[in-house]
Design a protein around this ligand. Structure first.
Ligand code: ZN
Length: 447
């Protein structure tokens, strides 16, 4: 039977509505929400050395913010950008090198925006990026190239000029009202301190801090590319908060059995290779830190007793939760530091780093001596970094790697805890299979 296009379209719409409804659990349409006073605080010019402290402060306060990042700063702070996203903030563009965009020709303008978008997306994977043009300066060309809505502000404490926490706080508190977008810069310690103090005061007055995206949504505004927004006061539309559709941090752990990696998660938990992030949470879609990764290999090896009492690396404490694992891994040559002797245990790992560590681990066990199969290039082979290529090739030639079902490796994507569980599960299974001499697990792949 042929279904007329119109009905098909209607059916598709209904499906969309149904999906939208089912993805928004626990929505409360109540008076409370419609009365709620909202503010969006935004931080420009980062990430920088004070951003981590700011994130800690926002977390303590349950406040969400929007970060307009300068693209050329992202490379040094990838872990911070990942944190911003993981902790529910909005990440957006403030151009690559902070020029006055109105003074640029189309080619340079496009480069400023595209390079930044690529740097951010390689970490967050997100689609449309909001743009704050440096100095708030824009024209029709900038609007045409923006690739997302332009976000200005309605409260400006000029924190970059005064560099005084009390002044920053005072200005924000005395000027901010419902629907305002507040401009601050997280590259000054005084701004971070002043902003957090202002949040305390305004929360006490009943304001909720949300991302710009959330603010627009709740005020019934669908942001348009190239349109300019500088505030969103309540003009009769004040929708209730959206539940996050999906967020690793807030994964519904009662639904863990429906997760694609559930068999592997069960396996690594049962075998004591990975534990949860807390008693009741595995947080499958959260990113994996370097400290967690080293602990996994330590657990795989049966937690050998360590000998070292010195901190393993310049930036690691001898009493940290990962310290015994790290001391062991350093001794084995599995963990190594950067040029300053830092290990960066809190930094998140991308997928190629995970495979390189696994390759080193397998190497120390003498498992990579024989090549079992010719190396088959991944569909995204060209995205593997030079330093990672050789160890990854050896791992896969020896049959110990598991790729995605579609033949890609995703080397620059961040490694999630679930993906790691699947890779480790395959690795262990493969090892066991060799000992038993059969071929189970050979065709293992994961999404
Ligand atoms: Zn700026």
């Amino acid at each position: 039977m042929k279904i007329p296009g119109k009905i098909k379209k209607a059916a598709a719409w209904m499906l969309c509505l149904f999906l939208a409804a089912s993805l928004l659990p626990g929505q409360a349409f109540g008076q409370e929400a419609s009365e709620e006073k909202l503010l969006a605080i935004t931080f420009d010019d980062g990430p920088g050395p004070y951003t981590a402290k700011l994130l800690d402060g926002l977390k303590d306060r349950g406040a969400k913010a929007t970060f307009f990042l300068v693209g050329n700063r992202v490379a040094g702070y990838q872990d911070i950008v990942a944190r911003e996203i993981n902790e529910g903030h909005q990440v957006a563009s403030h151009s690559w090198s902070h020029p006055k965009l109105t003074s640029l020709g189309g080619t340079r303008l496009a480069a400023e925006l595209n390079q930044t978008a690529d740097a951010i997306r390689s970490i967050t994977g997100q689609g449309m990026l909001y743009l704050r043009p440096p100095y708030g300066s824009y024209n029709e060309t900038v609007k045409a190239y923006a690739g997302g809505p332009l976000i200005l502000w309605s409260v400006d404490p000029q924190d970059w000029k005064y560099r005084n926490a009390a002044t920053v706080k005072e200005h924000i508190v005395s000027h901010a009202g419902d629907g305002d977008i507040i401009l601050v810069h997280d590259i000054h310690p005084t701004s971070v301190e002043g902003a957090l103090a202002a949040i305390d005061e305004l929360q006490a007055r009943g304001y909720r801090f949300v991302t710009v995206e959330e603010l627009l949504y709740r005020r019934g505004i669908t942001p348009q590319m190239g349109q300019v927004y500088s505030s969103a006061p309540n003009r009769g539309i004040n929708l209730p908060a959206r539940e996050p559709v999906y967020d690793g941090e807030d994964f519904d752990e009662t639904k863990l059995e429906t997760h694609w990696a559930y068999p592997s998660i069960e396996f690594v938990k049962r075998e004591g290779i990975m534990s949860g992030v807390s008693e009741n949470a595995f947080a499958p879609d959260k990113y994996l830190s370097r400290g967690m990764l080293i602990t996994i290999f330590y657990n795989l090896s049966g937690k050998p007793a360590g000998t070292a009492s010195e901190p393993a690396f310049a930036d690691t404490a001898p009493d940290a939760w990962y310290a015994p694992a790290l001391a062991w891994a350093k001794e084995k040559g599995i963990a190594w530091g950067d040029e300053n002797g830092n290990f960066k245990p809190e930094e998140f790992v991308d997928r190629q780093t995970l495979y390189v560590f696994l390759s080193r681990y397998a190497q120390t066990l003498g498992m990579l001596e024989k090549s079992r199969s010719a190396y088959k290039a991944f569909t995204d082979e060209d995205q593997i970094s030079d330093w990672a290529r050789e160890p990854i090739h050896r791992l896969f030639e020896s049959g110990f790697g598991a790729a995605r079902a579609d033949g890609s490796l995703g080397p620059q994507d961040m490694a999630t805890r679930a993906m790691t569980a699947a890779v480790i599960h395959h690795f262990v299974l493969n090892e066991a299979v060799r000992e038993e001499g059969d071929s189970r697990g050979k065709d293992f792949s994961y999404s």
